[in-house]
Structures are given as structure tokens and as C-alpha cells.
Design a protein around this ligand. Structure first.
Ligand code: MSP
Length: 662
């Protein structure tokens, strides 16, 4: 009988439905997906869960604002979240909605168990309440104003069910001691341990002031407090009351942001202990992606959206950046500049270049076959050893959730291979038998290194590594390759190379950033399509998952062209922008006024040489900020060659400033 594989159950938080995913949410889900792929390649039977947290007063309000029923509102939002995850290749094995019947039953069952075991009692909750917003204001004192509307709060007492959290101080502390790996990273553990040591107050777990929630059976109008409801989703995703049949519970790791660690490491294990159910093995709290040093939020207007990045650079690039640039567990700043720099240096020039160079040399020298290596020189062995050692090192780093260091190791080996090719110069070797044999050794070594690095990087870069794998003529599915069986020397001579597919075309940084920003702007503030049928409304506004307009080939009517207003302008002043090496800040006279315009031409035009020059300006573009500098229009230029060198459009005859182009 086949042995059952060891199971591994990973969860992301279930996300609130009053907004749509930004980079922060994408980060957690990407990490879960990387772990899922990695654990599968280590032979585990893996389940990954995500979902939507659909109850609570915020949803009640948002639905009201949208003029639809809560159920309709959350159904649309859950569809939008699911659709975006699918689009990004992040489809989970289970997607829980807290309005699913199976979830509702699980929450009611968990409550019943806690109650039967004597950990639930009825009491009174007193707190500051905003009668205008219908919500309790946490941590407010009598007389404090409501932080949302500023009006005075009232002291209100309501009947609630309480959970005896106070009874779990010792069991929790014992548990943390017995399972020191439960809270990760270590720094967070200390924070939680001191919180619990400080004493735990009983927790109100039902509400009578909220309507949109899971009802407490036989106790209407009591509904469950959102966190009692939400945390239980992890259990309802894998069988709820029948969890034993599925065999996935307890979770092996709950991935969460640092903002919600207390719920996961204090409340959640206490609820489970009270119900006498198995407690999760680990909670891993990562840091935040910050934008301009603040946590992203729609209300602050500083969210970064995943779709524009993926449209410009591909999902693998985003995945790589999120995992490579920030140490897992710590906060990190998100910057488009860093994203595109990494893309060009590590992906286009690193992995992409090594794969295409190797393939081209194998094509030319060996008719597209993996050659049989000849005698080895010490430098071949050194490289082989480096690659072989990387296998153990990378697995160890993945196991410790040190994603950034795992990638650093892989890219270190890729850089070593680049250097090896540069020193060995296989292209300079001739056709004598000795030289042929040397060339075969070098190229076999490089291809073998590429095969191993590709397998190791697969959990992070699933699409592009699959392309390299095919290129290397590997017939097995890369995702099903067992990393534990990976060894130096397995590349079989005589293997025919597969199809070459472009991996990471180099991009011009300024242009790429401009395009990402423009797409993000459009997604956040969509221009209504004049003729198309109205898009399904996005209840929370903002980042709707409306399908992108069909690209390219379509012809436009003359009226469409006429919408673009172009005029002859004359450059008055030009200067560089500190910290933006490709941008120039210009002031341009367009006849009726002098405009400030940023142009991505700094690498090709000296500012002084532009003064007095006549240029073509698109004058009716909405103003935008580029690297924090307002740009009010666009200078027209041709994009020349693979690097997209800008060449300013102009005239051979003298033209009047302000003249319109038609
Ligand atoms: N619904 C609750 C979770 C219930 S889990 C039982 C919730 N939802 S949330 O939509 O606000 O987002 C949850 C998670 O999104 C955070 O914990 C974190 O994992 C991720 N992030 C949201 N913003 C983030 C950043 N700016 N950076 C990184 N991750 C962040 O809380």
C-alpha cells in the first residue's frame, strides 16, 4: 500500500471585503503560494487556504452606501477577490467565505463546544458607543469623541456572551514554552509572551448591536464577534466539525501580517483549547510593505496595486521582488524604482541572460543538444561544488522562511556561472577535438547549473523557470520534481533542447515606472467608457477588477484622435531632478501659458542644450506626479531601438509657438 504523504496545511488571513487586494494582501498570498509549491516539491500533501471575511459593521455600511443588500455586496466582492487571485495565478486550494453555510455551522459548533466545556458565560459589556456610526469605539473613555465622525460617544451597556480568556493565561504561557516555534519570528514571540504575562481579560464574543453577522443559535439578536467568526474559517476550510476526515487540521502554519498576530496567537489557540481541539503548529507574522513610510491604505491614497506591475513586468517579477527585497518578518518600503532595478539586474541580466546565452551557444555549437562533457578542469569542479552546495543551503533557508536569503544563494550561483563563462570564453574555442571537448564541458556545466537553479527557484518563479526547464529539454513537470532528489550530474548528454521562450525583456526604468503608474491611476480612477455597457459596479469603489480594454489592433475614429490636443512648445528652462536619473524637469511655453513638464530624456539630452528648442507637447493630458514632481503635459518623442532611446519630435521649418497639430 502506498504510504500517505505527510500533510502540510497553510493559510493566509481571510481578507476584508470592504476593499480589494493591494500589494500588502498580495504579499501574504504570494508567500503562501511559494510555500505551497515548495512543500509540494518536498513531497508533502499540501493544502493552502484563503478567503474573505464578510461580516461586521463596515460591510453593513458599505452595502448601505452602495444601495444593495449585504449578501449581494459581499458576493460581488468575494468574486472580485477570487478573480484577481486567479488572474495572478494565486488560486488557493480552498477559498472560504464567512457567509458559507459550512462556515456558519463551524462557528456555531465551536461556540457550542466552548460553552459545553464551561468557558462561555453571559454578562454585560460596557463600552463607548457611537450612536451615529452604530459602533463601539475600542479603548475610548467616557467623553471621548468618535474617531470616525468626531461626535461624542455614549457609554452603553449590552448583554453579551463572554469567553473566559482569563482562564487561559497559564495554559497559553505553558504552550508557548513547550512549543517555542509556535510564534515566529522570535521578536514577535517576546511581545506576545509579555502581553499574556500582563494578564488576560475575558473577551466579549457576541454582539447585539450588529445585525450583519452569524447568529448565535436560539439567542437572536446575538451575532458572533467578527474575530470569533473569522478565525474559525481556518477550520471550516478543511472540514469544520468533520475535520478529522480530511486529515489536514491542525494548520501547519498561519501566515499573517504583524497587525493581527495577537488574534492568532492568543485568542485563537485559547478558543481551540477551550473546545479541546488541536491547536495550530505555527503562526508566522510578516512585516508590512510601506509606501512613503506609512502602511498602505485606500483612505491614505498610498496603495500599490498588483495588476499594473504584472501587466508591465509579469507576475514572476513581482513575486521575486516581494520575496527578495525584504527580509521576511521585517517591514520594507515599496518602491517602483527598486522593483524595476531588481527586474533588470537579477531577472533580465541574471537568470534570463544566462538562459538565453547558454541556449544560443548550445544551438550554435551542438545543434541544440546537451553535449557530453569531456575532461574536467579545477574551475569546472569549483562551480559544480558551488551549485551542489547551494541545494542544501537553499532548502534550509526555505525551511526557515528565509526567502530573501534563499534567493540570494541562487543568484550568487547564477553570477558565478556568468563569471565562469566570461573567463572560460567557450565562444572563442575552435574546432579541434580538444577545443570541442573543452567547449562541451563548459556548456554542459553551465546547463547543469541552470537546471539545478531553475528547480530551486521554481517555487518563487513558477512560470519563467518552467520555460527554462522546457528549454533544457526536461520532460518531467517541474512543479512535481522532488527537490530532495536533486543532485549535480543528472543532466543527460544527448538531451534535445526545447523551445526558447523569451523570459525577461529588459525595460527602460523611467518608461516602465511611468506605464505602471499610469495603469495604476487608471485602475484607481477609471475613466468611464462612453459607449460600452456599464461595468458591474464595484461596491467599495476603487480597484475594480474590470477587464482590461482589448489591446492594440483596434482602429480609432478621427474624433478619438481629435481628443488629443498637441501644440508646438518652446523649452524655457530645463533641469535634472535629484534622485531620478532619467527625468528632466522642463518649463515649456505653449503659447497660451508656460507649463511644467517632466520628460524621461535625461540620459540622452543635456538640459542646457534644450533651452529654446521647439518641441511637440500633448497639452490636454491630466496632470500627474512623476517622482513627486508635477507634470502637466507630455513631450512627444520617438522610441528608438531595443532600449527605447527617446528622440524628440520637431520641425525642419520654423513654426509658431502654440500652433496646434492636426
Ligand atoms: N480579516 C482580517 C483577518 C482575519 S484572519 C482570520 C484582516 N483582513 S485585512 O484585509 O485587513 O488584511 C489582512 C492581512 O493583509 C494582514 O494581516 C496582512 O497579512 C496583509 N496586509 C495588509 N496590508 C499590508 C501591508 N501594507 N503590508 C503587508 N501586508 C499587509 O485583517
Amino acid at each position: 500500500m502506498a504510504e500517505r504523504k505527510e500533510k502540510f496545511y497553510i493559510t493566509t488571513p481571510i481578507y476584508y471585503t470592504n476593499g480589494l487586494p493591494h500589494i500588502g494582501h498580495t504579499y501574504t498570498t504570494v508567500v503562501a503560494d511559494v510555500l505551497r509549491r515548495y512543500k509540494r516539491m518536498r513531497g508533502y500533501d499540501v493544502v493552502m487556504t484563503t478567503g474573505t471575511d464578510e461580516h461586521g459593521v463596515n460591510v453593513e455600511r458599505a452595502a448601505q452606501k452602495a444601495g444593495i443588500a449585504e449578501s449581494e455586496f459581499v458576493a460581488r466582492m468575494a468574486d472580485a477577490w477570487r478573480a484577481l487571485w486567479d488572474e495572478l495565478g494565486l488560486t488557493a486550494d480552498e477559498f472560504v467565505r464567512t457567509t458559507d453555510l459550512k462556515h456558519v455551522r463551524t462557528v456555531q459548533w465551536l461556540f457550542k463546544l466552548c460553552k459545553e466545556n464551561g468557558y462561555v458565560y453571559k454578562g454585560h459589556y460596557t463600552g463607548q458607543y457611537c450612536i451615529y456610526d452604530n459602533a463601539y469605539v475600542n479603548d475610548a473613555k467616557p467623553g471621548d469623541p468618535c474617531p470616525d465622525c468626531g461626535r461624542p460617544t455614549e457609554t452603553v451597556t449590552e448583554e453579551n456572551y463572554f469567553f473566559k480568556l482569563s482562564a487561559f493565561q497559564k495554559p497559553l504561557l505553558d504552550f508557548y514554552r513547550k512549543f517555542p516555534e509556535f510564534i515566529q519570528p522570535e521578536t514577535r514571540k517576546n511581545e506576545i509572551v509579555s502581553f499574556v504575562e500582563g494578564g488576560l481579560k475575558d473577551l466579549s464574543i457576541t454582539r447585539t448591536t450588529i445585525r450583519w453577522g452569524i447568529p448565535v443559535p436560539g439567542e437572536e439578536p446575538h451575532v458572533f464577534y467578527v474575530w470569533f467568526d473569522a478565525l474559525t474559517a481556518y477550520l471550516s476550510a478543511v472540514g469544520g466539525p468533520e475535520y478529522e476526515k480530511r486529515g489536514m487540521w491542525p494548520a501547519d502554519v498561519h501566515l499573517v501580517g504583524k497587525d493581527i498576530i495577537r488574534f492568532h496567537t492568543v485568542y485563537w489557540p485559547a478558543f481551540l483549547m477551550a473546545a479541546m481541539l488541536p491547536v495550530p503548529k505555527q503562526v508566522w507574522a510578516h512585516g508590512w510593505f510601506l509606501m512613503d513610510a506609512a502602511k498602505m491604505s485606500k483612505s491614505k491614497g498610498n496603495v500599490v496595486l498588483p495588476r499594473p506591475i504584472v501587466n508591465m513586468l509579469g507576475m514572476d517579477a513581482l513575486r521575486y521582488f516581494l520575496l527578495r527585497d525584504v527580509v521576511f518578518g521585517q517591514d520594507g518600503n515599496f518602491s517602483y524604482d527598486a522593483l524595476v532595478t531588481r527586474y533588470n539586474s537579477d531577472l533580465a541580466n541574471g537568470l534570463g541572460n544566462l538562459a538565453s546565452r547558454t541556449a544560443a551557444m548550445l544551438e550554435k555549437g551542438f545543434d541544440g543538444n546537451i553535449p557530453k562533457p569531456g575532461a574536467r578542469l579545477p574551475q569546472d569542479d569549483t562551480l559544480a561544488k558551488e551549485a551542489q552546495n547551494a541545494i542544501g543551503e537553499v532548502l534550509e533557508r526555505f525551511d526557515k522562511f528565509e526567502f530573501s536569503r534563499a534567493l540570494e544563494t541562487i543568484w550568487g550561483v547564477i553570477a558565478a556561472a556568468d563569471k565562469y563563462l566570461t573567463t572560460e570564453q567557450p565562444w572563442a574555442l575552435g574546432n579541434s577535438p580538444d577545443e570541442e571537448s573543452r567547449k562541451a564541458t563548459i556548456l554542459w556545466t553551465t546547463a547543469e547549473l541552470l537546471r539545478i537553479m531553475t528547480a530551486l527557484a521554481h517555487p518563487v518563479l513558477p512560470d519563467s523557470t518552467a520555460k527554462v526547464w522546457t528549454l533544457l529539454g526536461q520532460a518531467t513537470a517541474l512543479g512535481a520534481t522532488e527537490l530532495d532528489g536533486l543532485r549535480w550530474g543528472q543532466l543527460v548528454p544527448g538531451t534535445k533542447l526545447g523551445k526558447f521562450q523569451a523570459l525577461f525583456p529588459r525595460v527602460d526604468k523611467t518608461e516602465a515606472i511611468e506605464r505602471i503608474e499610469a495603469m495604476a491611476n487608471e485602475e484607481l480612477n477609471p475613466t468611464p467608457a462612453p459607449t460600452a455597457a456599464p461595468a458591474p459596479s464595484t461596491p467599495a469603489g476603487g480597484a475594480a477588477s474590470a477587464a482590461a480594454p482589448a489591446a492594440g489592433a483596434e482602429k480609432i475614429a478621427i474624433e478619438d484622435f481629435a481628443k488629443v490636443e498637441m501644440r508646438v512648445g518652446q523649452v524655457k528652462t530645463a533641469e535634472r531632478i535629484v534622485g531620478a536619473d532619467k527625468l528632466l524637469k522642463l518649463t515649456v511655453d505653449i503659447g497660451s501659458e508656460v507649463r511644467q513638464i517632466c520628460a524621461g530624456i535625461a540620459q540622452y539630452y543635456e538640459p542646457e542644450a534644450l533651452i529654446g528648442r521647439k518641441v511637440i507637447v500633448v497639452v490636454n493630458l491630466a496632470p500627474r506626479k512623476l517622482r513627486g514632481v508635477e507634470s502637466n503635459g507630455m513631450i512627444v518623442a520617438a522610441s528608438v531601438g531595443p532600449e527605447g532611446r527617446p528622440v524628440l519630435a520637431g520641425f525642419h521649418e520654423d513654426v509658431e509657438v502654440g500652433a496646434r497639430l492636426k
